[in-house]
Design a protein around this ligand. Structure first.
Ligand SMILES: Cc1cc2nc3c(=O)[nH]c(=O)nc-3n(C[C@H](O)[C@H](O)[C@H](O)COP(=O)(O)OP(=O)(O)OC[C@H]3O[C@@H](n4cnc5c(N)ncnc54)[C@H](O)[C@@H]3O)c2cc1C
Length: 171
C-alpha cells in the first residue's frame, strides 16, 4: 500500500546528499528509515527546532518517483525566508532532518491513471511533477516527455507528456 493512507508520524531522515540544481535551488536526498512509500504529488512537512526549543514547519513536495528508495526534496531559496535559506545553504550531508509524510491526496497521478497529460508548473511547483512516473528518463516508461524549461530566474517551466516521439529541451 502506498503512503496515501499511512499514518503520518514524525521521522528522522538522514541527509545523504545536497545537490545544487540552480543558483537558487537545491535537491536534498534523504534516507528515511521505515518510509511507507508515496504517490507522485504528495509532500512532506519539515520541522526545524532551534537550540532554544523554537520550532517551525514548512511543506515540501516529494520530487523522487515512488519506486525510488530515497526521498528527494527540491527547495528554492527565498532570501528573506525563515526555513528555505537553512535548507539550501546550511544543511549538509550527514545531518538529520525531521519530517512527516507523505501527506496529500489531492493532486496525485499514477501510471495506470493513463494519459495523455499536460502538466504545467512554475518555480518550485515543478517538483511534484518530477515524481510522476513517466516524467523521467523516457526509457523508464512507454510514454514520452517533452520538457521546455527556461532558466531558473524566469521561474517558468512547462512539461507536456503524451505518447509519441521523445524530446527534451532545456534552456
Ligand atoms: C504543499 C506545499 C508544497 C510545497 N513544495 C515546495 C517545494 O517543493 N519546494 C519549495 O521550495 N517550496 C515548496 N513549498 C513552499 C515552502 O513550504 C515554503 O513556503 C518556502 O520554502 C518558504 O519558506 P521560508 O521559511 O523560507 O519563507 P517564509 O519565512 O515562510 O517567508 C516566505 C515569504 O513570506 C514573507 N513573509 C513571511 N511572514 C510574513 C508576514 N507575517 N507578513 C508578510 N510577509 C511575510 C517573507 O518575507 C518571505 O518573502 C511548498 C508549500 C506547500 C504548501
Amino acid at each position: 500500500m502506498t503512503g496515501v493512507s499511512s499514518p503520518v508520524r514524525w521521522r528522522l531522515g538522514a541527509v545523504l546528499e545536497v545537490i545544487e540544481e540552480t543558483p537558487h535551488a537545491k535537491t536534498i536526498v534523504l534516507d528515511v528509515p521505515d518510509w511507507p512509500g508515496h504517490v507522485a504529488g504528495q509532500h512532506v512537512d519539515i520541522r526545524l527546532t532551534a537550540e532554544d526549543g523554537y520550532q517551525t514547519e514548512r511543506s515540501y513536495s516529494i520530487g523522487s518517483p515512488p519506486e525510488q528508495s530515497t526521498v528527494e526534496l527540491t527547495v528554492e531559496r527565498i532570501d528573506d525566508g525563515e526555513v528555505s535559506p537553512y535548507l539550501t545553504e546550511e544543511l549538509r550531508s550527514g545531518d538529520e532532518l525531521e519530517l512527516r509524510g507523505p501527506i496529500g491526496g489531492y493532486f496525485n497521478w499514477r501510471h495506470e491513471d493513463g494519459g495523455p497529460l499536460l502538466l504545467i508548473a512554475g518555480g518550485s511547483g515543478l517538483v511534484p511533477l518530477m515524481a510522476m512516473p513517466g516524467i523521467e528518463p523516457p526509457t523508464r516508461a512507454p510514454s514520452t516527455r517533452d520538457c521546455s524549461c527556461r532558466p531558473a530566474r524566469s521561474r517558468t517551466c512547462c512539461i507536456a507528456k503524451s505518447s509519441g516521439s521523445s524530446q527534451q529541451e532545456t534552456g
